[in-house]
Design a protein around this ligand. Sequence first.
Ligand SMILES: [Zn+2]
Length: 455
Amino acid sequence: MAAPQTLTRSPSVATKSYWNPAIETMPAATLAVMQQRLLKRQAAYLWRRSEFYRAAWLEAGIQSVDDIQLEDLHGFPLTTKAALRESLIACPPLGYHQAAPMAGVIRVHASSGTTGQPTYMGITRGDHDIWTESVSRVFWAAGFRPDDVYAHCLPLGMFVGGLPLQCAVENIGSTFFSPWPGGTDRLVTMMEQLSATVLCSTPSYVRRLTEYVQQELSTDPRSLGVRVMALGAEPGTEVYRPELEATWGCTVVETAGNSDVLPLFYADCELREGMHMLVPDYLYVELVDPVTKAPVAWEEGAEGGLVYTALEREASPVFRLESNDHVVVAGTGTCQCGRTTPRLRIVGRYDDMMIVGGLNVFPSAIAEVLGQLPPEMTTGAFRIVRQDDAPAQRALVLRVAEPTPDLGGEDRARLETRIADVVKESLGLRPVVELVPAHAVAAAEFKTKYVEDAQ
Ligand SMILES: [Zn+2]
């Protein structure tokens, strides 16, 4: 009988810095030539294969895409998320934009739409390989290596943060496991038994996990031996990074993707001065003014919204898809890490933005302010209470988690005033603060919604 396999790993032999050095460090001029070639091929493919895009282009007066140029791309019509949803409803299951026959589709991903109806996205073998390669670049930049054991701290259903991440972990050669559909207790047991060294999650779920390990198990999170956490899918990584790194004794890396485009394609490099876009060969990204949609130059400090064009997408293509991410360009040119793509910070989402008293208010900014308050003031959890449907709100009403359940009426009132003072000082706007029991505003299982409607 063979001896049982030990879970002890040999030291990493993988010392290279990039998963795909040729692409990640490609000089800008070479990159532009490659993107131009890919754009031309993708536009020709969509013209032939996607009724949705051909119709949109014809309606905009574009009679041919034979001579499409990167610098003229802004002249092509934008695609909204709503238009893709309408296309899916009008022509189920994959919509008019589908550009590959169903026989070539190897997997369908589903996300729950706002109406409760799932929305579908298909991937071909080629799309699958590109997704796997993209997420591999992200996880490699985060520091995952073949000798790591990866805990999947996200659902493993058919949403894009599930299987595609598993494929990438396996592609890198790390060991994948998931407690799904088990809960936090099962996750921690598996992390201990399998000696997990890296994980991927949302910042709010990792904070819950921390609480569980410290309070329910009376265990020091450091004893679990996690080396790297890749966090994303919601704001808060930058805010909670110092606390999480101190508590777990690990490195926290911010990552991001877009559920319509690619599961993950942004990651911090070791310098942590904004996330690099790691897939310039699969995706062309435009920075635009959020209102006029006019192009904005990629210069340090510039901000705006993003428009995505997939350069190689077969089944469910995206061409000039508007994203609601509100970003700031953190740097351009060759980074000290050697990567050549611009770095950016996602500072919020335009569809989360509220206008209060003429000021733009982003939930992520409030999360940042409250997250930095000491535990004797609040746990940091909160909700913004929307007063009515109008984008412009009369007042900023915040429900904030109380630090302890036994606050007296007078202490409560004093604390509410102090929190309102701090927010006013940071955001220039005085909120109405209401302290509520922590469970009333607790983080959702995986992704927290910061805005709720007044009852
Ligand atoms: Zn870098």
